[in-house]
Design a protein around this ligand. Structure first.
Ligand code: NDP
Length: 341
């Protein structure tokens, strides 16, 4: 079998040298274990954080260990009750084409949707968008929400679910094609191309125009100039679920004052005070108790086409590093997955 391990930790941007494709032998399943043939790997921004040896909410991947990742696959041998050959399952197998897994660590993929939906719209990213918007954003009909990475699995869920609840949804995405897709496919009211604005100041003007009633919820996915542009447009008692800040992931660490945007910090802090904003970071693993509620509510909306999803499919495990590096820079058009032969 084949797998991809972390060859060495990145310094700043991820490069191909950070990964190594290697052969390994799949052990026989012990009692309670099954063998999974992986059919699709999910590539997610959080994996960038796992490559750094810095304090975070989860342990880093060790050097020479398999890269962490969620996959869907087919059970090809079972030594566990409740699982049989042919079952389609989701699990955190890592970047590999075969894995032995404890049956307890696997969930069966529901029938009626393509299995890869378990990696995106009905998986961790879709759930993240739904949980952050509803539990932290506290959306009310008629309010305005702004979210960047609007065509990705998190942002597209935020925008579509907000529209479903009767909000105005303004997206931010990289390039005219993604912006058109956000409006025409996902139903955003408007979508701004962040590449068309030189800095936070220009972004600020564009946000003001797209949000004539101000911004009530900023679902934070990216940081950078989008954050700089949205923050001054927040309405009083606005909410900011802080989900991610992909524009700053290569900075690593938890230090302060040593990255871009440091001059903005006093102003940002003052804006939070003066506008009585609620800014709340969250990590989806803390929200798992609501997963069944999410699936109960959103799976039917996906099945009947109310909530749509877009996938960007790379082919072959060996191409996962390249697809991952590209995704971190916005090269993906929709949820990035890798089909494994
Ligand atoms: P996406 O599929 O949307 O991929 C990431 C996207 O980020 C890129 O396609 C690109 O979109 C955008 N991006 C990259 N760099 C920049 C930049 N400098 N400025 C603006 N946008 C940029 O990812 P996901 O939907 O999976 O994740 C979205 C966010 O949610 C990430 O920050 C991720 O870390 C976070 N997340 C957090 C979780 C939590 O538990 N807190 C769980 C899951 C995800 P474009 O080209 O449109 O700019």
């Amino acid at each position: 079998a084949k797998r991809i391990v972390l060859a060495k930790r990145p310094k700043g941007e991820v490069t191909p040298e950070n990964f190594r494709l290697e052969d390994y032998e799949v052990p026989d399943p012990k009692a309670g274990e099954v063998v999974v043939r992986v059919t699709a790997l999910s590539l997610d921004p959080y994996m960038r954080g796992r490559m750094d040896d810095a304090k975070s909410y989860a342990a880093p991947v060790e050097v020479d260990a398999v890269m962490e990742g969620g996959t869907v696959g087919e059970v090809i041998a079972s030594n566990a009750d409740g699982f049989a050959e042919g079952d389609v399952v989701f699990g955190m197998t890592g970047w590999c084409d075969h894995a032995v897994m404890s049956a307890k660590a696997l969930t069966k993929v529901p029938a009626g949707v393509p299995p890869t939906a378990a990696l995106g719209v009905l998986g961790m990213p879709g759930f993240t968008g739904w949980h952050g918007l509803t539990d932290i954003g506290k959306p009310k009909a008629g309010e305005t929400v702004v979210v960047a990475a609007a065509t990705g699995p998190v942002g597209s869920m935020v925008g579509q679910y907000a529209k479903h609840l009767g909000l105005r949804a303004v997206g931010v995405a990289g390039g005219p094609d993604k912006c058109r897709h956000a409006v025409e496919h996902f139903g955003f009211d408007e979508c701004l191309d962040h590449r068309a604005y030189a800095d936070g100041k220009e972004m600020r003007k564009a946000i003001a125009e797209a949000c004539p009633d101000g911004v009530d919820i900023y679902f934070e996915n990216v940081g950078g100039k989008v954050l700089e542009g949205v923050l001054p447009n927040m309405n009083t008692f606005g909410r900011i679920p802080v989900c991610g800040m992909i524009a700053w992931y290569d900075l690593g660490g938890l230090g302060m004052g040593d990255g871009p945007g440091k001059d903005q910090l006093p102003r940002a802090w003052r804006t939070i005070l003066v506008n009585r904003l609620k800014v709340e970071g969250f990590i989806i693993t803390d929200g798992w108790h609501r997963l069944n509620e999410f699936l109960g509510e959103v799976a039917p909306l996906v099945a009947n086409g109310t909530i749509k999803f877009t996938e960007d499919v790379a082919e072959g495990l060996e191409n996962a590093p390249e697809a991952f590096m590209s995704m971190l820079k916005g090269g993906n058009f929709g949820k990035q997955i890798v089909k494994i032969a």
